[in-house]
Write a protein that binds this ligand. Structure first.
Ligand code: FMN
Length: 173
């Protein structure tokens, strides 16, 4: 199973729009992937699901992660890196079984110039620590407000081309 993870819990995020774009494009290629939006994490995650605790609500998400063998993380740039909620989510997942030996692709986005280059570097280091193999083609989308149209779709030729290339590589990874 493939899970696409929208790496923020910010309401109405561009991250979720981009994640849903990937889901739609992957479906066009015959791949049905599920989306995990970090907005759907338990509200009390930091008290209910860290350090050996496990709520029934998070257990459902853990089961989804355990059943997945490939992940695509869509990660916004927050203060020059990835959002803290994404690291909290990884910390809450069972270690090392959740991600060990599995595969991931990474997509960064930002409203600024850099498309979360540094955040994806930071997150790649974490992926390696949890034994999650990262696809070498990582995508960085800067000025995201100019990249998504009113339907939440990418429309610029280059961006469509490179994201499509990443999806093809991801499917064959
Ligand atoms: C807490 C926070 C910190 C942010 N820091 C940065 C930043 O360092 N660089 C940048 O280009 N954009 C930054 N942004 C803007 C996001 O990149 C922008 O909101 C973009 O749409 C992706 O985030 P979203 O999925 O929450 O919409 C920040 C946004 C938030 C909410």
């Amino acid at each position: 199973m493939i899970t696409l993870i929208a790496g923020t819990n910010r309401p109405d995020s561009n991250t979720l729009k981009l994640t849903q774009y990937y889901q739609k494009q992957l479906a066009n290629k015959g791949c049905q992937a599920q989306v995990l939006d970090l907005k759907d994490l338990p509200e009390n995650l930091i008290s209910s699901d860290l350090y050996g605790k496990r709520s029934p609500e998070f257990q459902k998400i853990q089961d989804q992660i355990s059943a997945s063998d490939k992940f695509l993380f869509v990660i916004p740039e927050y203060n020059g890196s990835f959002p803290g909620v994404l690291k909290t989510f990884v910390d809450a997942c069972k270690f090392p079984d959740s991600f060990k030996g599995k595969k991931a692709a990474l997509v960064g986005l930002s409203s600024g110039k850099y498309g979360n280059v540094r955040g994806l570097e930071h997150f790649t280091g974490i992926c390696h620590y949890i034994h999650l193999n990262v696809l070498s083609l990582r995508i960085h989308i800067s000025a995201i407000d100019q990249e998504l149209n009113a339907d939440g779709e990418l429309w610029k030729e280059d961006t469509v081309k490179f994201t499509d290339q990443q999806m093809e590589l991801f499917l064959n990874f």
